[in-house]
Design a protein around this ligand. Structure first.
Ligand SMILES: *[C@@H]1O[C@H](CO)[C@@H](O)[C@H](O)[C@H]1NC(C)=O
Length: 330
């Protein structure tokens, strides 16, 4: 017991000392005001006309919040998918993991229909011209679907537009993160499209999910969440096995992603961007956004250990992110 206390003391002491000069000295999240809770799997986007920020998140049939700045004050604006999705799978009345982007003049919202831990999943899409609750038209399944015969799970869609082509990154657990080409406009998977694996961690629980691709300079950065996401109030995994944000990069949006040490992302590779630190526990469900006011920011949900570990208590986090070294640093 005494030994354990000593070890902990030494551990924390060295952690505190090393924090000031190692690469793992993560900055605390920027301040957030208004409704900063209810922020699971956030997707952040600004309206071009006036710079208003919109935040979409899991729960409440895809809750919409808006704010004059990424830091708030955030106000609840209603649900994006208030009716059940037309996808005939369990979970279609409470869809997950929104990803919102603009293609031409239209906003596309990709969502997941699934039940926790199952592979009976599909990615659906809804469109709007305004972001407002009540303005979203559900188009049902994109054709990106899975079942127990597949080595992927069709959840956590993320659209990326490269030249005139559209790709949807998706997936988690099983064989982790995949990509598929979409038609134009990107309502459906392109006919005859094949799925390419982008990331795979064959060690441990094989839990990579929540892909988000961001282009900066000559690279495409594939951000993803690795580890246990949820239910931390009921049980917490061994330290380091909780959610954390990782990245790989490539000069192509469609493959060849590697970690900073050169390990392919398809062979367990990944470089840590943000993990548990200070009062932040299990950050993930992230995205990256080139904010009109703040410049490039990493946004995510996290447990604030001073508030509580339940999924409904997860907070919206934002940090400035610096790509100047070629690798994103928080
Ligand atoms: C792969 O899984 C192991 C075991 O869970 C974990 O420690 C490691 O950080 C993971 N690597 C990546 C790139 O996610």
């Amino acid at each position: 017991m005494m030994l354990a206390i000593m070890k902990n003391f030494l551990f924390y002491t060295s952690l505190t000392l090393s924090r000031s000069w190692t690469a793992y000295g993560f900055a605390n999240p920027l301040s957030c005001s208004g409704t900063c809770t209810n922020a699971h799997d956030p997707s952040l986007i600004q309206r071009d006309s006036d710079g208003t920020h919109f935040r979409f998140s899991t729960g409440g049939k895809i809750a919409i919040h808006s704010a004059p700045s990424a830091q708030g004050p955030w106000t609840y604006k209603g649900a994006a998918i208030p009716a059940c999705s037309s996808i005939q799978l369990a979970g279609n009345c409470d869809v997950w993991a929104p990803d919102v982007s603009k293609v031409g003049d239209i906003y596309y919202l990709y969502y997941s229909v699934s039940s926790f831990g199952s592979q009976n999943s599909a990615i659906g899409v809804a469109t709007s011209a305004t972001f407002d609750s009540g303005s979203w038209t559900d188009h049902g399944s994109t054709g990106v679907q899975s079942d127990s015969s597949k080595n992927y799970n069709a959840i956590d869609g993320n659209l990326v537009v490269v030249d005139d082509k559209h790709y949807l990154n998706f997936g988690s657990f099983w064989a982790d993160i995949f990509q598929v080409e979409m038609s134009s406009p990107p309502n459906k998977m392109a006919s005859g499209a094949t799925r390419t694996q982008l990331a795979f961690n064959g060690t441990g629980s094989q839990a990579l999910e929540g892909a988000y691709m961001f282009q900066q300079g000559s690279f495409y950065y594939l951000f993803f969440s690795s580890g246990k996401c949820c239910g931390f109030d009921a049980s917490r995994p061994a330290p380091g096995e909780e959610y954390k944000i990782m990245v790989c990069r490539s000069e192509s949006a469609t493959g060849g992603f590697v970690a900073k040490n050169g390990t392919p992302c398809t062979e367990n590779g990944g470089t840590l961007v943000l993990g548990t630190h200070d009062f932040v526990y299990g950050p993930g469900g992230q995205g990256v956004y080139d904010d009109f006011n703040l410049g490039p920011i990493l946004y995510y949900h996290y447990v604030d250990t001073r508030i509580g570990f339940a999924d409904g208590q997860k907070q919206f986090g934002i940090n400035k992110i610096d790509f100047s070294s070629g690798w994103p640093v928080v």
